[in-house]
Design a protein around this ligand. Structure first.
Ligand SMILES: Nc1ncnc2c1ncn2[C@@H]1O[C@H](COP(=O)(O)OP(=O)(O)O)[C@@H](O)[C@H]1O
Ligand SMILES: [Mg+2]
Length: 235
């Protein structure tokens, strides 16, 4: 009998610079997620001359090789088990030239550095606290950053202006230890404008919002109604 088996072809690495669809929002989400995973409480985003600088006050990068480890991560074990990181997020910045500074070291990833060529790690003559990323991009406007930062739990600024920050759910939420989350049921008119901004537009009703460690996912859930189940039973 012949069997087949899932495997990873090393050619995947040569395509790593094309893994992401390349949306601005996607890049913002990935970069904020990394800062939060590093334990940052503050993230400063600045736009200057076509370059974006993102500076967080997290734990910094111990092992720079993790940056380009496709499918591998360098987070704490507790985070590994709670979030199951995919280890691909930073590749959303490919094929850009990205400068990364942390823990007294600095590197610049560009071109074929994203697809397997060796990338130098150097001492940083002006070490920074936390982690600093710098790369070329369209403007990271408050309008786009705000809706991705509002429920992330960190103090995020864009060009010095604080993004909104608020709790996703209230004290009324019930704790569900077996599910590992808290749940709150609200009338739709009691959602605020930021909750509504997480919904996917007019086509979907999106009556469920899930805050997964700072990133909100919206979807429709319509359990079978009494009317439907009765008609199913009589069908
Ligand atoms: N802001 C940051 N602070 C500290 N470490 C970081 C930061 N961004 C990235 N890293 C390191 O780079 C690795 C790769 O990041 P990424 O490709 O986004 O994958 P993932 O977040 O799924 O692990 C992380 O696992 C982490 O070790
Ligand atoms: Mg990540």
């Amino acid at each position: 009998m012949q069997t087949i088996q899932a495997m990873v072809n090393p050619r995947l690495l040569t395509k790593a610079n094309r893994l992401f669809t390349g949306t601005l929002e996607g890049r913002i989400i990935e970069v904020l997620q990394n800062a939060r995973r590093a334990g940052a409480t503050k993230v400063e985003i600045t736009n200057q001359g076509g370059y974006i600088t993102v500076r967080d006050n997290g734990d910094g990068i111990d092992d720079f090789s993790r940056l380009l480890d496709l499918g591998g991560s360098g987070w704490e074990e507790t985070l590994e088990s709670s979030e199951d990181p995919a280890g691909v997020g930073l590749f959303c910045l490919a094929p850009r030239q990205v400068t990364i500074r942390s823990n007294g070291k600095r590197t610049m990833i560009s071109g074929d550095g994203w697809t397997g060529a060796p990338v130098d790690i150097r001492d940083d003559p002006e070490p920074v606290q936390g982690t600093l990323l710098r790369f070329q991009d369209e403007e990271w406007t408050s309008a786009v950053v705000d809706r991705n930062a509002v429920f992330c739990g960190m103090d995020v600024t864009v060009d010095g202006k604080p993004c909104p920050k608020m709790p996703f759910i209230s004290d009324q939420a019930s704790s569900q230890p077996e599910l590992g989350c808290r749940i709150e049921v609200r009338e739709s008119q009691d959602l605020n404008a930021w909750h509504n901004s997480c919904k996917r537009g007019s086509y979907h009703s999106d009556n469920v919002l899930v805050n997964f460690h700072g990133q909100v996912v919206a979807f429709d859930c319509h359990p079978v109604s009494e009317h439907q189940s009765r008609s199913a039973a009589t069908a």
